[in-house]
Design a protein around this ligand. Structure first.
Ligand SMILES: Nc1nc2nc(S)n(CCO)c2c(=O)[nH]1
Length: 158
């Protein structure tokens, strides 16, 4: 079994419902077990800012799927939950990103792991740190990485 981390986000419709349904779909796969779920965070949009706030969460899984099989299933969940790519960086019902998969690395444009933008995204790093305090990137501990990130616009949802 491999340990992986998935980053989920939604900023359309019933955001928490979309996230809950996505996590349920992840856990229902016979080759995936959800091991940890971070708190939910309401986060101001990064990149394309003319859109609604997001609700973000990070999930730790154990899986016997390959990285590409995991990616394919994440895309299936996005389809199932009616993700529409109206504007590339714009609003979406659900996003399920593969963040990390063991120590696997890939620069393939179809599957880039670790996710190329995750280390600079507080809306990923703060929930990830909540459930995985021993993560490092190129020898830098996640706690140190977070210290250098702007932590404004992120609110834990109780
Ligand atoms: N706060 C926040 N901003 C974002 N911008 C994009 S694109 N996304 C989608 C990430 O794949 C997000 C997001 O999930 N949260």
């Amino acid at each position: 079994m491999a340990k992986g981390y998935l980053g989920l986000g939604s900023n359309m419709g019933d955001k928490k419902e979309y996230l809950d349904q996505a996590i349920e779909q992840i856990n229902q796969h016979p080759s995936i077990t959800v091991k940890k779920v971070s708190s939910y965070y309401e986060t101001d949009p990064i990149g394309y800012t003319e859109q609604d706030v997001f609700l973000n969460v990070v999930v730790e899984i154990d899986t016997s799927l390959s990285p590409y099989e995991l990616l394919a299933y994440c895309n299936e969940i996005e389809e199932l939950l009616k993700r529409k790519r109206i504007i590339r960086w714009g609003p979406r019902t659900i996003d399920v990103d593969v963040l990390l998969y063991e120590n696997y690395t890939s620069d393939d444009e179809k599957l880039t792991v670790p996710h190329p933008r995750m280390w600079k995204r507080a809306f990923v790093m703060i929930p990830l740190y909540e459930i995985a305090k021993d993560i490092t990137n190129n020898g830098e501990h996640i706690g140190e990485i977070i210290k250098n990130l702007c932590k404004e616009g992120i609110r834990k949802v109780d």
